[in-house]
Design a binder for this molecule. Structure first.
Ligand SMILES: NC(=O)c1ccc[n+]([C@@H]2O[C@H](COP(=O)([O-])OP(=O)(O)OC[C@H]3O[C@@H](n4cnc5c(N)ncnc54)[C@H](O)[C@@H]3O)[C@@H](O)[C@H]2O)c1
Length: 305
């Protein structure tokens, strides 16, 4: 098959593009290498991949030659209040609208990477997909807008779209703004780690290759219009993951505490019953195995630097 992966120089997109290539598919990546984090890291992620430098929010898009588009490009991160808001609108709303427009015109299926951030403080844990979304951050709001746009293009123009709500992906190449790379860097260097909140906030952490597998299965088998949670099996607090990383590294972390940040959820816990029933997908990587892989990957990168 011939697939497009948007955001292919990013954390999850680069793993997805690699996995599709390894499975024998033809893959064209699209990325505009935003400076949300160091674009040099994105250049490294994209090594060995065919990634075209296009900005989805303004460049011409033509998906007619392709069997599917994985739309992962976005401005990530829940710290999205204030001056940065226009970037979220551009990269998450305008870009998604243009991708859906081009995919509908080409008759090409889209798998859209949405987020557990759409739930905000959910009514229920574990959280099933029909829980009313109440995002806490502008980021979550733009992701939910993307979901609604996909639905509107489906109803108005027959777009074949599947929405995946990823829950906290982690693993090698994880975005440097996220907690684990900062914990790992502090453990490796002996520096301090700034923890926002009391550390009792918890997440359904999901190993990146499990996210990749769910995304490919969704492209191949999900019913059109499906909305599916993609969440790891284990819920863990930040304090628990810090202890786990201390044990894996054999070092202790110097933790500096700061107040919680607006937009951060207290808890995420995925109900994965629907994706298990529809696609037979289950997270396979334990948090310990995934964090060990990430720690070892970070050590390799460090030794090459
Ligand atoms: N990482 C997570 O835990 C997580 C959780 C939930 C949802 N998601 C979603 O998964 C997707 C991938 O996340 P990630 O963590 O790999 O982020 P990332 O920042 O590493 O990757 C996103 C990529 O998209 C590119 N991009 C942004 N705007 C673009 C545009 N207008 N045109 C072309 N390229 C553009 C960026 O340069 C970047 O390389 C995003 O849609 C994100 O919202 C991620």
């Amino acid at each position: 098959m011939r697939y497009v992966v948007t955001g292919a120089a990013g954390f999850i997109g680069s793993h997805l593009a690699e996995a599709l290539g390894a499975a024998g598919h033809e893959v064209v990546g699209i990325d505009c290498f935003t400076d949300y984090y160091d674009p040099a890291l994105k250049q490294q992620n994209a090594r060995g991949l065919d990634v075209r430098r296009l900005d989805l929010s303004e460049d011409e898009l033509d998906f007619t030659r392709f069997d599917g588009v994985f739309h992962l490009a976005a401005q990530p991160g829940v710290r999205s209040f204030g001056d940065v808001f226009p970037l979220y609108v551009r990269h998450n709303v305008l870009a998604a609208q243009r991708v859906f427009e081009a995919a509908a015109a080409a008759g090409t299926r889209v798998v859209f990477a949405s987020s557990s951030s759409v739930y905000g403080e959910a009514e229920r844990y574990p959280t099933p997909e029909d829980t009313p979304p109440r995002p806490l951050s502008p980021y979550g709001i733009t992701k939910l807008t993307g979901e609604h746009l996909a639905g509107a293009y489906a109803r108005g123009f027959g777009l074949d779209a599947v929405v995946l709500r990823y829950f906290n992906a982690y693993g090698p190449r994880q975005r440097p703004d996220m907690a684990f790379p900062r914990v790992i860097a502090a453990l490796a260097s002996g520096g301090a780690f700034t923890l926002f909140g009391d550390g009792e906030q918890s997440r359904s952490f999901t190993y990146v290759l499990d996210v990749v597998e769910a995304s490919i299965r969704a492209m191949e088998d999900a019913p059109s219009g499906a909305v599916l949670n993609v969440g790891g099996g284990e819920e863990a607090t930040m304090n628990e993951t810090i202890s786990l990383l201390e044990r894996i590294s054999g070092r202790s972390l110097d933790v500096r505490r700061e107040p919680a940040v607006a937009g951060d959820q207290r808890r995420t816990k995925a109900d994965t019953g629907r994706i298990r029933a529809q696609l037979g997908w289950e997270p396979r990587t334990s948090l310990e195995a995934g964090l060990r892989a990430q720690w070892e990957w970070a050590a390799t990168v460090e030794s090459r630097a």
